[in-house]
Design a binder for this molecule. Structure first.
Ligand SMILES: Cc1cc2nc3c(=O)[nH]c(=O)nc-3n(C[C@H](O)[C@H](O)[C@H](O)COP(=O)(O)O)c2cc1C
Length: 305
């Protein structure tokens, strides 16, 4: 049996639902000696800004008892360097490439997204309105329904690629935010980004992270992410990409049953860089074993009513 692993996300078709998450797989090229990128459904770039950014001071990563805390602060090479130095190499691979964009202002978001106009090899723009690790931009937009609407509208007007709004879990009503993103023109939604968090060094009475606060990720946040993917996918007619703590095959299946059409693998890459490629193989074996012809039949299959 050769199960069909392809999934459709509006106008975008992925050969399988496994993507790597922004900030957790570099620019996609760092692991090409170790992995066959062609196996993946897609990769999402680190968040890109109009100009290069240095990010926040150390420490930037801390392992808690229940997940990883990070405050990288959107360190990145800038959109121009990505287009010139990274994309030409990535373009050799037969996978979807998503550019994740961020800015401090509406104008910066729009200008960064506009740089991908006509760049056919970029299959979609993911808009980071959910990072908790910067003074401006990111989560500051994604926790406010009206700012969510405005920034997605601005990006949508600036780009000719499908737009994915990446949502923050740090809100009281995720469905309200998701609705405004769709009103603003989001073709898809991805969720969730990290949970805004704090770690303290009790020996010296100081925060552990240089930025004071950071974002919690990994298996600890999976139940929150599943609940939000379920709520949002039931409420809105656009494809949802799920992420948050996915580390094994059954996590992928659960996210798809909750309503995700595809998933992104984040923190798990840091302790097992081969996980995403392995998940594709395991998904194929799972479908064969359970006689599932098309993986897409799992999307939203949760029987909750
Ligand atoms: C070290 C690190 C850096 C990240 N950088 C970004 C980023 O630049 N842009 C973004 O949209 N999300 C970023 N994220 C969030 C992830 O893409 C993902 O949404 C989140 O970690 C939840 O998934 P996970 O639990 O599988 O890691 C980052 C996460 C980590 C752990």
């Amino acid at each position: 049996m050769n199960p069909d692993l392809s999934v459709r996300l509006g106008s975008l078709t992925l050969k399988n639902p496994i993507m790597t998450a922004s900030g957790c797989f570099g620019y996609g090229l760092e692991l090409i000696d170790l992995l066959d990128l062609n196996q993946l459904g897609g990769i999402v770039s680190k968040s890109l800004t109009l100009h290069k950014r240095m990010g926040t001071p150390p420490h930037r990563i801390f392992e808690t008892a229940s997940g990883m805390l990070n405050a990288i602060g959107i360190e990145n090479i800038g959109v121009e360097a990505y287009l010139n130095e990274k994309l030409p190499h990535l373009s050799r691979y037969d996978i979807a490439i998503v550019a994740n964009v961020m800015g401090n202002t509406l104008e910066e978001y729009a200008a960064t997204a506009a740089r991908f106009r006509g760049v056919r090899r970029i299959n979609a723009i993911e808009v980071n309105i959910s990072s908790p690790n910067t003074k401006k931009g990111g989560m500051h937009f994604g926790v406010d329904p009206e700012l969510t609407y405005q920034v997605i509208r601005a990006v949508k007007d600036a780009t000719d690629r499908p737009v994915i709004a990446k949502l923050s879990p740090n809100v009281t009503d995720i469905v309200q935010i998701a609705k405004r993103a769709v009103d603003g023109g989001a073709d898809m939604l991805s969720l969730i980004n990290t949970l805004w968090s704090l770690a303290i060094d009790h020996w010296n009475g100081k925060p552990i992270l240089g930025n004071v606060t950071g974002g919690l990720s990994g298996p600890a946040i999976k139940p929150v992410a599943l609940r939000m993917v379920h709520q949002v996918s039931r409420a809105l007619p656009v494809p949802v990409i799920g992420m948050g703590g996915i580390a094994n095959l059954f996590d992928v299946i659960e996210f798809m049953m909750a309503g995700a059409s595809a998933v992104q693998i984040g923190t798990a890459n840091f302790y097992d860089p081969t996980v995403s490629v392995r998940l594709v193989r395991e998904l194929r074996d799972y479908c064969s074993m359970r006689k599932i012809d098309r993986i897409s039949s799992l999307i939203g299959a949760l029987q909750s009513s």
